[in-house]
Design a protein around this ligand. Structure first.
Ligand SMILES: Cc1cc2nc3c(=O)[nH]c(=O)nc-3n(C[C@H](O)[C@H](O)[C@H](O)COP(=O)(O)O)c2cc1C
Length: 185
């Protein structure tokens, strides 16, 4: 994987792909869940993301304790696995083994990167103020990675009902983004 600038990770997320979120428990056990509800909050100083994680998820307890996770962005080739990961719990089984997910170590957090994913973003929990009201964790990306050979693979986007759209044609309107110089880089 190549280094990817953390102040640009919003570009990996802004179109709203379904993501996988990994955690490592205090005893070293890895877990992964599927998330459709996430958003970018700010792109710099510091960059912040948000993820909605229900208290019924095993991940919720782990994240509250360890305050570290990895957001992994899967490709369309993983679509069925992504749904299956979101239909079982790490409280009952080892999802990395069950779904043959290959892990790699990050450099900043203990949670594992997923090698089959096109991007991996190491995050620390930056704010839990909205957890009790909205199950919303504010996450600060501290390191990001992209997998060069998966760069052009498509992502999946949940339509909220078990159906998904797959990325389509890219249209480039950067020359019209005159107010936002950073979009022209
Ligand atoms: C497409 C899809 C999107 C999902 N989005 C969310 C979400 O945004 N937030 C959430 O808490 N659970 C979401 N889930 C459900 C969790 O992935 C599921 O409860 C998972 O089994 C939790 O795993 P865990 O108990 O190992 O943490 C989604 C599941 C699917 C299939």
């Amino acid at each position: 994987m190549d280094d990817y600038p953390i102040d640009k990770v919003y570009r990996l997320l802004e179109p709203g792909p379904v993501i996988l979120l990994t955690t490592k428990e205090k005893d070293g056990t890895n877990n992964v869940m599927t998330i459709g509800f996430h958003m970018v909050v700010q792109h710099e100083q510091p960059p912040l993301l948000a993820a909605i994680i229900g208290p019924w998820d095993h991940t919720f307890k782990t994240l509250r304790t360890t305050k570290e996770c990895v957001i992994a962005i899967p490709t369309v080739e993983m679509a069925k696995t992504v749904v299956d990961i979101g239909n079982c719990s790490g409280a009952d089984e080892d999802k990395f083994e069950k779904f043959s997910l290959s892990t790699a170590s990050g450099s900043e957090v203990g949670a594992p990167l997923i090698e089959q994913c096109k991007a991996n973003i190491e995050c620390r929990v930056a704010d839990t103020k909205m957890v009790s009201k909205y199950n919303m964790f504010i996450l600060e990306p501290v390191k990001a990675w992209v997998t060069p050979h998966l760069k052009d693979h498509k992502t999946i986007h949940h339509r909220g009902d078990g159906t998904f759209t797959v990325d389509g044609k890219v249209i480039n309107l950067q020359d019209r983004m005159t107010k936002w110089k950073e979009y022209q880089e």
